[in-house]
Design a protein around this ligand. Structure first.
Ligand code: SF4
Length: 465
């Protein structure tokens, strides 16, 4: 989701004459879109921004900004952590970033750095705007973390790609109405707000027409709850299923994915959609978080594990070749060996194709951070390693079983880890690496004979060569 938001901001800059630079040393504005899901992500963003202050000595006009979740949750406090910071823009104001940066940069480029003052006050939205004037370097200290109605409708443009690309993210909603006790998202992203179906379909049509995109991934915090407060059910179908049907109708779109769904609101109409919408990929990323009802309750996830497992069973019946991946938190406060064993049992029962396993880490201002019975890092690490081992066995067995089969992939272009080779994904979202001509094959769908697997990645020879 952050990637998609960043693309939207990049597009507003490029359509108004700015260029994306390959390295930050050349940039006149350096913006970091921040994540608050884990403390580590925040520390990394703060460290990176801190280090980039060195460029101001040689290039004092450079504008520095934080956007996104950490900007939203920490606001003006960030100026104390990073003295050279100019702009802090929250999650509902991505569309204002350009105006703020351009205004500051314009002043500085005109050599009127000492005048970045009174006018700035006119563009501030909240909090005190002050200036720091140390060694003639002025930090603009502009913060905008206010809520904005309809901000979900501002994430709709894409940066035209210089090279062919096959896939794109499409943001269909913002916010989340749940209050999971470990999560800071409801505070940083606000309440659920969906975009109208025609606007989303229009965006998908533009991606097909202008970029030749063949696969879209629909994004939302709880994607299956899309539109439930704004739009009506029709013929028993939720707004999300209506949206899937509408995107399915777009000529040129071959594959549809979505992330992430939640057991709440995952109803039979969505299960059934997998039986009559063939463009829906045979993969869901379905966060389980824990296999213990007691821990789910402490996490404030309002369902029992049986419900999660029943949905997985129904989905596997609706689409027999379905791959399911998940997110799991180990070492949540109060998690006993028995709770942890229940998580392992569920992982084995579902047979996840892959799991993203996180050691619980405290997030400021979340209820779980204040809970008693916080576990030691040693216990968290031990459980993390134990669960990784279980998942590794399952993944290796599943991917190993694909050796000798033919898999249909969408070629995404050069592999991220080896530019000499190409990479594509199966409908089940498994990465396949092979040799071929990037120009000719990127964006094409074809079969690959699978010859090897290193656990998480498959290797093969394409039939189209
Ligand atoms: S469902 Fe829970 S974990 Fe997911 S974004 Fe909402 S509050 Fe956070």
């Amino acid at each position: 989701m952050n990637e998609r938001d960043s693309e939207q901001v990049a597009q507003t800059f490029s359509e108004r004459g700015y260029t994306l630079t390959p390295t930050e040393q050349d940039a006149d504005a350096i913006l970091i879109n921040t994540c608050s899901v884990r403390d580590q992500a925040e520390q990394k963003a703060l460290g990176k921004m801190g280090m980039m202050g060195k460029y101001r000595e040689q290039r004092p006009h450079v504008v520095y900004g934080f956007m996104g979740c950490m900007a939203q949750s920490r606001g003006p406090e960030l100026f104390e952590r990073v003295p050279h910071l100019d702009v802090v823009v929250g999650t509902q104001k991505y569309h204002r970033v350009f105006d703020y940066v351009d205004h500051i940069l314009g002043r500085r480029m005109e050599g009127r750095m000492d005048e970045v003052g009174p006018e700035m006050v006119s563009v501030r939205v909240e909090d005190e705007v002050t200036q720091v004037n140390a060694d003639k370097i002025i930090s603009a200290r502009l913060v905008d973390t206010a809520e904005e109605q309809d901000s979900q409708n501002t994430i709709r443009d894409h940066v035209p790609s210089k090279t062919r690309r096959a896939t794109s993210f499409v943001s269909i909603m913002q916010g989340c109405n749940m209050r999971c006790s470990f999560c800071i998202v409801p505070d940083t992203r606000g309440k659920e707000r969906g975009r109208p179906i025609p606007d989303i379909v229009d965006e998908v049509q533009r991606l097909v027409g202008e970029e030749g995109i063949k696969e879209v991934t629909l994004l939302g915090q709880i994607v299956n709850l899309y539109g439930r407060t704004e739009f009506e059910k029709i013929d028993g179908k939720s707004p999300f299923v209506q949206l899937l049907e509408a995107v399915h109708e777009v000529d040129g779109i071959e594959r549809i994915r979505f992330t992430s769904p939640h057991p709440i609101g995952y109803r039979d109409d969505l299960v059934e959609a997998f039986t009559y919408l063939p463009k829906l990929c045979s993969h869901i990323h379905f966060p389980m978080q824990s296999g213990s009802d007691r821990i789910l309750k402490l996490m404030r996830r309002p369902y029992k594990n049986e419900k999660f497992l029943t949905i997985c069973d129904k989905m596997q019946a609706a689409r027999p070749d379905l791959a399911i991946t998940t997110d799991i938190i180990v070492g949540f406060p109060g998690e006993t060996e028995e709770d942890f064993q229940q998580t392992i049992d569920c992982v084995r029962h579902v047979g996840f194709d892959n799991s993203f396993i996180f050691r619980y880490s405290k997030r400021k201002d979340t209820p779980a951070a204040e809970m008693e019975n916080q576990l030691s890092e040693a216990v968290k690490e031990e459980r993390n390693q134990a669960l990784l081992k279980v998942q590794d066995e399952i993944t290796r067995a599943k991917n190993g079983a694909l050796i000798g089969t033919k898999q249909t992939i969408l070629c995404e272009g050069p592999s991220k880890t080896n530019k000499e080779r190409l990479s594509g994904r199966t409908s089940q979202n498994k990465i396949v690496i092979f040799d071929g001509d990037a120009e000719r094959m990127t964006g094409e769908i074809f079969d690959v004979n699978i010859e090897d697997s290193t656990g998480f990645t498959l290797y093969g020879t394409p039939e189209l060569s």
